[in-house]
Structures are given as C-alpha cells and as structure tokens.
Design a protein around this ligand. Sequence first.
Ligand code: BYC
Length: 325
Amino acid sequence: MYAQMVISEATNDDPAKLEAFQARVDANDKIEPKEWMPEGYRKTLIRQIGQHAHSEIVGQLPEGNWITRAPTLERKAILLAKVQDEAGHGLYLYCAAETLGVSRDEMTEMLLSGRMKYSSIFNYPTLTWADIGAVGWLVDGAAIMNQVPLQRTSFGPYSRAMIRICKEESFHQRQGYDIMMKMAKGTPEQKEMAQDALNRFWYPSLMMFGPSDKDSVHSAQSMAWKIKINTNDELRQKFVDQTVPQAEYLGLTIPDPDLKWNEEKGGYDFSEPDWSEFYDVLKGNGPCNRDRIEARQEAWEKGRWFRDALTAHAEKRAARRVAAE
Ligand code: BYC
C-alpha cells in the first residue's frame, strides 16, 4: 500500500501498467531493458548506475596516484591490477546504463558539467602509502557492503554486473587489509601512518552510504522498486559492526570516542559523520573535487581523436556495406 502510494506520486504512468510492474518487482522478477518500465524507474536507474560507473572511473585517480610509488614490485603489480579492475567495473556499469537509452558519451558529459555525481569519497586525497591500505580496507569494504545486496536488485543488467563486480571487490578489500596489517604490525612510524590513514578515512567512508534515512530523498521509492535493497543507515550500521573488530585486530583505534557496543540492539552505537561536510563535498568544495574533474576533462579531451577515429571507421565500413548490397 505504501509502495503503491509512493509510485503513483512519482510518475504519470498508466496505473494498470504500474500495478502489473510492481507485482513483478514484488515477485522478484528481473526487469529487462526492452520490457515496459515506469519512466521514474528508468530515470532512477540511470542516475544510480551512472553515478556508480563514474565512481569506479574517478575512483582510479586516488589510487593511481600511488602506482609509481608503491613500496615493492609486488605491491605495484597488485595495485595496478586493482586499478584496472575499477576501470572494468566502470565499463560494465556504463554498458548496463546504456541499455536504458542513455549513451556513455552523454553520461560523461553530464559528469563533466556537474549534472551527474560520483561518490563523495573520491574527493579526499591519498597522502601516504597507508592511505592505499585504508582505501582498500574501508572504501572497498563499504562498497561491498552496499553492492552485495545490489546483486538482488530488480534490474537484470545491473544485478548481473554486480555479481561480477562483488567478486573482484572482495579481493580489493583483502589487499587493503593486508597493507594495513603490514603497516600496523611494522615500525612505530608505520603504525602511526596506519592510524593516521584510519583517522582521515573513517568518517568519509561512513558518508559513502549516503545521508541518514530521515534525509534520504530517494530511498523510499528506490526500495519499493527494489533498486535499493537496504536503507543507507542499515548498511552504515552493518559496516561499522563489521569494521570495528577488524580495527581491533590491527591494534588501531576508530576515531570516535562515543563508539560503544550496544547489547540491546546487537550493534555498535557510533557518532554520525559531519553532514555539513558531506553536503559541502557534494557541492564541489571537497579537497580534491576540482582536481578530479580536471583529470577527467583532460582524459576526455585527449581521447577525442580516438573516439572520432572509431566513429569515422564505423561510418566508412557501414557505407561500404551499403554500396556492396
Ligand atoms: N556521494 O536520497 P539519497 C566504489 C547523493 S565507489 C555522492 O540517499 P540514493 C569504488 C544522491 O545521489 C561506490 N553523492 O540517494 C570504486 C542524492 O543526490 P541526487 C559507488 C551521494 O541514490 C573504486 C542525494 O545525495 N557505489 O564502488 O537513494 C574504488 C540524496 O541521497 C552520496 C555506488 O554508487 C555519496 N556518498 O542513495 C573503490 C553504489 N550519497 O542524485 C570503490 C550505488 C548520496 O538526487 N549507489 N548521494 O542529486 C547507491 O547505492 C545509492 O545511490 C547511494 C545513495 C546509497 C550512494
């Protein structure tokens, strides 16, 4: 009933079609690209999958920053493979979004003009090698927490992309934790670097799950359509509960004096991130927003000749085919 109310508010689609669509979603049917879907469902998916794809692509930048400075050949090879995986994730996700009638070029132009977002986390700098550990452990850890339930999302291509992405993300999280282990069990200076990385990445990682439920704009509708499976706060709580024992094992301290186990709820009580900082980063005022967009703009400009060449080649082949018919 609640879902019904939310849906009719969100779209002007035919009520009978909406009802049949909702019944399919409720029965856990997968919705495929050529099937009928409410316009709001299509738009929400383009927004979320596009934002997710951009996050994977922009997310290469803070880690790419350390490929040339990785401490050993082995660490360098691992980091290189991880960053390449992120590029692959971006491509699966752009392809999934393209099945909804938007092109990758359009999505890129929306990113560059600020009409589409990417995850707030990638607007923070990676200052030391320990940050690469913290990104893998916390950022990929938060990403998995969010993405494992998305394997059951109602849109077929998104759900299938998530299955493959999650397999790779769990390796990424392990490699990050492995770096943290080395640093935390290393010299006092290394341990200090690991603690400093945790201090700087803890709250930005909690922000990855989005605003608290009372301020989330899209959650009710997206959950009714099973585009999202959990609320932002549910996933944030699960992430904290999973991560605190991992920090304890490392001998590191979560930078939250109010963090406390709550027996009654069977989870930790913890401090909320500073939401004014979150919204400020979303508005473009984080430490690296400008650098990230400039880097993507430069890549887009430098790749123009190649895109043009591909288009010209495709047109030439098509013309030759027509002439031969
Ligand atoms: N950053 O109503 P809400 C990764 C926006 S990276 C920026 O709760 P929703 C990885 C939100 O878009 C992880 N913006 O929104 C890659 C909305 O604004 P608009 C990427 C955020 O969509 C490389 C407004 O705030 N993962 O995997 O229901 C290396 C209100 O929010 C953020 C995904 O994208 C944020 N953190 O829920 C390592 C997962 N949070 O669009 C790792 C898929 C909120 O109305 N996405 N906003 O202008 C989702 O699950 C959901 O989109 C979110 C937000 C939970 C992120």
